[in-house]
Design a protein around this ligand. Sequence first.
Ligand code: ZN
Length: 253
Amino acid sequence: MELTVDASHLGTPESTWSSSGRIEALGPLELGRPRRVVVVAAHPDDEVLGAGGLIERVLDLGSIVEVIAVTDGEASHPYSAVTETMDLRSVRASESRIALRRLGWESPQVTRLCIPDGKVAEHLPYLSCVLAACLGPGDLCVAPWLRDGHADHDACGSAAVKVSDEVGASLLAFLVWAWHWADPEGADVPWARCRRLDLTRHQVARKRWATSAFESQIRPLGSAPEDAPVLPAPLLRRFWRDYEVYVDDRSGP
Ligand SMILES: [Zn+2]
């Protein structure tokens, strides 16, 4: 699937999601009290956009939390001349750490794999090997949904499904780009297996504050069209909701 995001391609409007009744109909996510949680981020922002509220929750529960940063997101502006003169990899890694701290995580545990942005599918054996080393029986893996619609997200999701099953970890899959292309009334998203994690006002506020750390993604890098934000405001606001949605493979077929 080719994702198009710009000022004239803002995807499924938030009003369409909120008026559909689809989200309200979802059952609550039973999170329990996981001992250890491994969050897989295809790019340095997915962990907060997709699962920031869950990270806040499990930190409060006392879980051990680790983020696997699969790529450094260096290809977010592929045609920009500005990025040729900046170390976007370091910038994005730094933004992620700031964002995770803003969620209330004093010392974020982040492992950077430095797989090339856009090429995760070519490095699945390595990614699977790392996940297999990180995950154990009873751990909770939180990863992009394997049909989220961005090749790197889908590859991370596939690896997470495979390894979680192999090692006996449980898996929750979050949506990032599906909110852009999916239709609430359509059957592309497995709604029967989706669960809703409601967030408190405080959690929403911290998550919103955290998303503002991704300056390289939410503000123009320069004046050229190639420097436009990857996450313009209408898209960013999707991640300020008072809930998160997870495909919960623990909930049966
Ligand atoms: Zn991403």
